[in-house]
Design a protein around this ligand. Sequence first.
Ligand code: 6GU
Length: 232
Amino acid sequence: MKITAISIFPEYFTPLDLSLIGKAREQGLIDFKAINLRDFTYDNHHTVDDTPYGGGAGMVMKPEPWGEAIDSALAETDAPVDLIVLTPAGSKFNQRKAETLASAKHIIFACGRYEGIDARVADFYRTQNQVRVHEISIGDYVLNGGEVAALVIIEAVTRLLPGVIGNPDSLAEESHNELGELEYPSYTKPANWRGLEVPEILLSGNHGAIAKWRREQALSRSQQNSSIEPQD
Ligand code: 6GU
């Protein structure tokens, strides 16, 4: 999978050198590149923003550098591209969207700052056959920019790619399956830690009873914490 992140802070993406994603890049499973939006400006100040038409607080990112930066990323592929525009006003990211994006060939992340990117950028790329545009938010709170949101999405998507996670069985029983179920609580040794005992049933060796207990735990957690509507 090819991934391009466009940002005025490409250094935000250095954590992708680490851990499982770093390893997957070394193995060639992920081809990641961060590009600096300011490389597509031509004035002395490398201006990327301007005041909003119609007035109001804050600054808006100018369309021209975004158009050139996205075009330069598109020029590197014949494959269809998923262009993800990060915005708190986007559609909410979740595990279903991660699964869908895991079959993408090339994802381009447009990481806006300030009050966002001129709306014509998303509108223009919606007219391009090679491109599917997604405006995505990672939750109901406001970040200073899309970079951290892009990191979240990159991690959620790339861990689903074959070969990124050592034991693919660990993906099967995770939280946020299609039923909106969350995982049961896990324990390891020691059996008593700071006076807290591991639930006795887990030491019983009774696999049927353990499975039943885990189902019950998963269900009650899901009822309390899941935001995905369970389909019964
Ligand atoms: Cl994608 N961007 C910003 N700036 N804030 C957010 C967000 C994205 N998702 C939630 N909050």
